[in-house]
Every structure is written in structure tokens, then in C-alpha cells.
Ligand binder design. Structure first.
Ligand SMILES: [Cu+2]
Length: 255
């Protein structure tokens, strides 16, 4: 019932199947509407790729440098504003690019996410994740940091871990529901990172030149969405053919 490929079900697919049944049973018992469709992992043969670039239209606002208010001896007096990172061609970094409404496809990434406290900032500043992924949090700094992710909508704390010394690391699971996560350091109020958690693995983050690539996509027509912490959101339609690379250009307006 899960797929028409006839391939044997892998461990993850069995997990997805049982989770889907559990959700359906719960929703049914509560007398609610139709069950939410869980993302289904299937073997993607001859999938396509979307290669593209996100550019910023209009001049990037020149953000004031961040004033360091603690540990200036280590962190410095100021840190350049990181929000709009635009190259000479208008390519915008730190944009999450993702497919909307994709119901089945490749499995979750196997490597844990990385979130590094370095030079009194988080790196990377922005990244995508699949629900329930592990995130390895580490520090390269000699000052005390703490990493405190929250549901960006409700401010509910997801966890809160102290990173007392250089080289310290801890690995934690992300929530099982899709959400935008805002990460804070309670010791340094200027430190922020963003993790967009999705129920599927078809996402990428733009690099310094604004480029991104999403691979192993089942052929079909999709909506490609982008999110930037200040410039907001946009969508474009995209059609992916088997074994082909679709090119995509998306613009966000400076705000
Ligand atoms: Cu900190």
C-alpha cells in the first residue's frame, strides 16, 4: 500500500508506515478530519535535480555592526552584520530553498546537522533539517556559550545546552514536527541561527554566491519555495524531468 515500486521496504520505510498508521489511528480516535499524510521514503530511480540561484533585488540594507556587550576581550567590540550576505552578482547567501508539498522521495540525510559556536556567532547561520534529525552542537570558543533553540512561532524551548569550553560538543534530536526553529545563545543576545525543519529532505541552503542544488527528486511538477530571515519568502513553479537538471532563478526583494 505504500508504494508501487515493488521494492522491499527498508527500515525507515517501515518506521514511516507505522508512524503514519499511529497518526491515523490517533486522529481517527479523536474524531478529527482526514489524517495528515506522512512523508513516505521510496527508492528514487533516475531522479532529477534543481540547480538555481537566489538573487536579491534592490540594494541590501547596510546593517549596523553588532555591538558586542559581553566578553569583548574575546569576541571583539563589534561583529559585522550577517543578515544580508550578497555577492557582486546579487547572489544572496543563507536562503533556505525547499520543495513544497512533496509526499514521497529520498531518505533523510544520514549525517547529523552541525551547529558550531565560533567567534561568538553560530555557523551556519541558516540551515534546513528533516524532522527528528540529530544536531551536533559544538564550540570553538574559549568563552561560555549556551545553545537554546526555540519554536520560532511559540517561543517554546526545544532544549537548552551549555557549551563551557572549546572543543565541547553535544548531540541532540530535533522535534518530530515541522517548524521554524530560532536558535539563541542566552549568554550573548546577538547570537542567532535558524533551522527550518521540514517533513521531507528536499531542501538546500544557498552558498556565498546564492547558488543551491537539490538532487534525487522524483520527476514531477513542484512549487519551489525560498525563505530568508529578513527578505522573507517567495515561490516559483518548477518541473523536474527524469534524469535532467532544471534551472531555477528566484528573486527576493530587499526589505
Ligand atoms: Cu554565546
Amino acid at each position: 500500500m505504500l508504494n508501487g515500486s515493488g521494492a522491499p521496504l527498508g527500515r525507515r520505510r517501515r518506521f514511516v508506515a507505522s508512524a503514519g498508521i499511529a497518526v491515523a489511528a490517533l486522529v481517527g480516535s479523536l474524531g478529527m478530519g482526514p489524517a495528515l499524510a506522512a512523508y513516505e521514503v521510496v527508492t528514487v530511480t533516475n531522479g532529477g535535480t534543481i540547480d538555481g540561484v537566489v538573487t536579491l533585488s534592490g540594494a541590501a540594507p547596510a546593517g549596523a555592526p553588532i555591538k558586542v556587550t559581553k566578553n569583548q576581550d574575546y569576541c571583539g567590540q563589534t561583529i559585522p552584520d550577517p543578515v544580508y550576505a550578497v555577492d557582486g552578482s546579487g547572489g544572496l547567501a543563507n536562503v533556505i530553498v525547499y520543495l513544497k508539498d512533496i509526499a514521497k522521495g529520498k531518505a533523510a540525510p544520514t549525517e547529523p546537522l552541525s551547529l558550531v559556536n565560533t567567534k561568538c556567532m553560530f555557523s551556519p547561520r541558516v540551515q534546513g533539517a528533516m524532522v527528528s534529525e540529530q544536531v551536533k552542537i559544538s564550540s570553538e570558543d574559549t568563552v561560555l556559550h549556551n545553545t537554546h533553540p526555540q519554536n520560532a512561532e511559540t517561543n517554546a524551548t526545544i532544549f537548552n545546552v551549555a557549551l563551557p569550553f572549546k572543543g565541547f560538543s553535544v548531540t541532540k534530536p530535533l522535534p518530530s514536527m515541522p517548524m521554524m526553529i530560532k536558535v539563541k545563545c542566552d549568554a550573548h543576545e546577538w547570537m542567532h541561527a535558524w533551522i527550518m525543519e521540514l517533513d521531507h529532505p528536499y531542501y538546500a541552503t544557498t552558498g556565498a554566491d546564492g547558488h543551491f542544488s537539490i538532487k534525487d527528486i522524483p520527476p514531477g511538477s513542484y512549487t519551489l519555495a525560498v525563505w530568508h530571515e529578513a527578505a522573507g519568502e517567495n515561490t516559483v513553479p518548477v518541473t523536474v524531468a527524469a534524469g535532467q537538471t532544471a534551472k531555477s532563478k528566484i528573486t527576493l526583494a530587499a526589505k
